[in-house]
Design a protein around this ligand. Structure first.
Ligand SMILES: [Zn+2]
Ligand SMILES: [Zn+2]
Length: 240
């Protein structure tokens, strides 16, 4: 029944305040952020110069040159890319997704468009960055798997939610944790349960947010140790 009610009427019936500026969200497709906040959100485009490996935002320019930030030189993945900067509507979407396993239409659209703009070495399989069994029980769902299902459905690429697991329960990353501390919490935290499904495959790994890149790097390391051909990462947001 709800599906046939136009967005504007649904919004009138169920008004929601933007989680950033507290104005009303006019369109239910925009999720937890209003249109103004979406418009102020940095969604990466061809005008942005990003690190060719980790996808860090470097500058805006009309002249694209291959540039590297050099801080990601020792990361094990091939490349990482995000929809945009972890700020405004994308930050709100990431936070919301930690509580509700639902992705608003606008967020989904941006996610699918970023995949379409980047071929990522023709992935054979999509894997979500896993949660530990304990965290999965606490939360009830893996937010990276929610995103991975959207990508799999829109691209037709196979989804594998079981071959990569997190064996060590690590504390939540805190903003105050430095690079070294983040690195230590994810070291040896992952393992591959079905190496025969990973060997020789180009993997597209999905997560909600990429911060230092150490989680993605450790996942890539264990995937490559088990024979993955390439490991590329797509996230909703990139913390800068
Ligand atoms: Zn707003
Ligand atoms: Zn980089």
């Amino acid at each position: 029944m709800l599906k046939v009610i136009p967005d504007a009427i649904t919004t009138l019936l169920y008004p929601q305040a933007c989680s950033i500026c507290k104005q009303g969200v006019e369109n239910i497709a925009d999720g937890v952020a209003c249109r103004d906040c979406w418009e102020q959100t940095k969604i990466f485009s061809d005008r942005d110069v990003l690190c060719g490996k980790c996808g860090a935002f470097l500058r805006e320019s009309d002249h694209q040159t291959e540039t590297y930030c050099r801080r990601c030189d020792d990361h094990f993945y091939d490349s990482a890319l995000a929809v945009g900067v972890y700020d405004k509507a994308l930050a709100a979407a990431v936070i919301s997704l930690k509580h509700v396993p639902n992705v608003a239409k606008t967020t989904r659209k941006h996610l699918v468009e970023s995949l379409e703009r980047n071929s990522f070495a023709n992935p054979d399989v999509i894997l979500p960055v896993p949660l530990s069994g304990k965290r999965l029980l606490e939360r009830g769902f893996n937010q990276a798997a929610v995103l991975a299902r959207i990508i799999a459905k829109s691209s037709g690429i196979g989804l594998d939610e079981h071959s990569l697991i997190r064996t060590v329960h690590t504390p939540m990353h805190r903003a105050a944790m430095d690079r070294k501390a983040r690195e230590m919490t994810v070291k040896d935290a992952f393992s591959v349960t079905r190496p025969n499904l990973i060997a020789g495959k180009n993997v597209l790994l999905i997560d909600d947010v990429l911060t230092s890149g150490s989680t993605a790097s450790h996942c890539a390391k264990v995937l490559k140790t088990n024979g993955a051909g390439s490991v590329n990462i797509l996230t909703l947001a990139r913390a800068v």
